[in-house]
Design a protein. Structure first.
Length: 345
């Protein structure tokens, strides 16, 4: 291997291209057979053997994204310009917080100017007061635009979070010997970057629970008249100033009788009959509660849905659960679109 470089070719929306320069004693035809894939082309540079070869590969950014075949390896135009092809810039989120604080201070200054204009009008300075009021109105409009712009810069699509969950699903389902298909909906819904980072761990635990407790083994699903492959749906959509994320599985659902029994054994409820099904579902959020009989890498460690609810509550969010025996369960998370709304509203 001599060098690996990102390439300027292709569309940045769906993929990133790489140019890999390497030397080999093998010929171009033999190398092409060894790395025969849709998204890789091999070109020999120079005519002497051993061959110095450039391979160009496309790394998928979105799971299952359809990639186009590369038509060239080292485009001439890439060597003619040192300009960056990227139209993005990395910004520390603390700088955006500082900007939002400044916007907050400007809003206070605007309020003071409006009050001064009102006093001038009452004291008989009507002409300058009218002009000052007009200027204050214009300032208010621009401040609103500025606040909205700073908030939008912080937003990223939840698809980035969903991609992480796709890897978790593959890993845990293999470990559990279960077949699971992940379906994604609303991946382009946008959330504050810090919220997406803070929600990653709770989402991971919810996904693990869905595979471990919810989705049955292939043989159990076939006996229940289901397809041997379980389905987990990850969906998100905007609802006012909030974003709703749902994690839905088509597994066996939550056994409310087992939940009640565990809660009774732990002394969390006075009797089995004192809690109806709806209340029993909420018991899974109690600290240290677990229905797993065995402590494993995935569950039964006493650190569960209570931590999920606590972490989501820290983001001013809510989490709820719905379940139908034999049909599956759904965890519904409601989050504010941005932390900036919480801090500055």
């Amino acid at each position: 291997m001599i060098s690996t470089l990102p390439s300027a070719g292709g569309g940045l929306d769906s993929s990133i291209n790489f140019e890999i320069l390497f030397g080999s004693e093998k010929g171009t035809a033999e190398i092409s057979l060894l790395i025969d894939r849709d998204n890789i082309t091999v070109n020999q540079l120079g005519s002497k053997q051993p061959a110095v070869t450039a391979a160009k590969a496309k790394a998928k950014v979105v799971e299952e994204a359809e990639a186009e075949k590369e038509s060239s390896v080292l485009p001439q135009e890439a060597s003619l310009t040192a300009k960056s092809m990227s139209r993005t810039v990395r910004v520390d989120i603390s700088k955006l917080d500082e900007l939002m604080n400044i916007v907050g201070e400007l809003v206070l200054s605007h309020s003071t100017i409006s009050q001064i204009a009102d006093r001038m009008r009452l004291e008989g300075y009507s002409a300058p007061a009218i002009n000052l009021t007009k200027a204050a109105k214009g300032l208010e409009r621009k401040l609103t635009e500025l606040q909205k712009g700073v908030m939008e810069i912080r937003m990223i699509p939840v698809g980035q979070l969903f991609e992480k969950m796709a890897r978790i699903v593959r890993k845990i389902s293999r470990e559990q010997g279960k077949k699971v298909e992940l379906r994604l909906f609303g991946a382009d819904t946008e959330l504050d970057k810090l919220i997406i980072e803070d929600i990653s761990d709770p989402m991971m635990h919810i996904i693990r629970n869905a595979i471990d407790h919810g989705i049955e083994t292939p043989s159990e699903r076939i006996r229940a008249g289901k397809d041997e492959k379980g389905i987990i749906k990850l969906s998100s959509y905007q609802k006012g100033n909030h974003v709703v994320i749902e994690v839905e599985d088509d597994g066996g659902g939550i056994d409310v009788d087992k939940v009640r029994r565990k809660a009774f054994d732990k002394g969390l409820i006075p009797s089995m009959e004192s809690v109806h099904d709806r209340e029993a579902l909420d018991l899974i959020f109690l600290p240290g509660f677990s229905t797993s009989d065995e402590v494993s890498e995935i569950s039964g460690r006493g650190v569960g849905m209570d931590v999920v609810r606590t972490n989501i509550a820290a983001l001013s969010g809510m989490v709820d659960v719905e379940s139908v025996p034999g049909k599956g369960s759904s965890i519904i998370i409601t989050l504010p679109i941005t932390l900036a709304i919480i801090k500055h509203s």
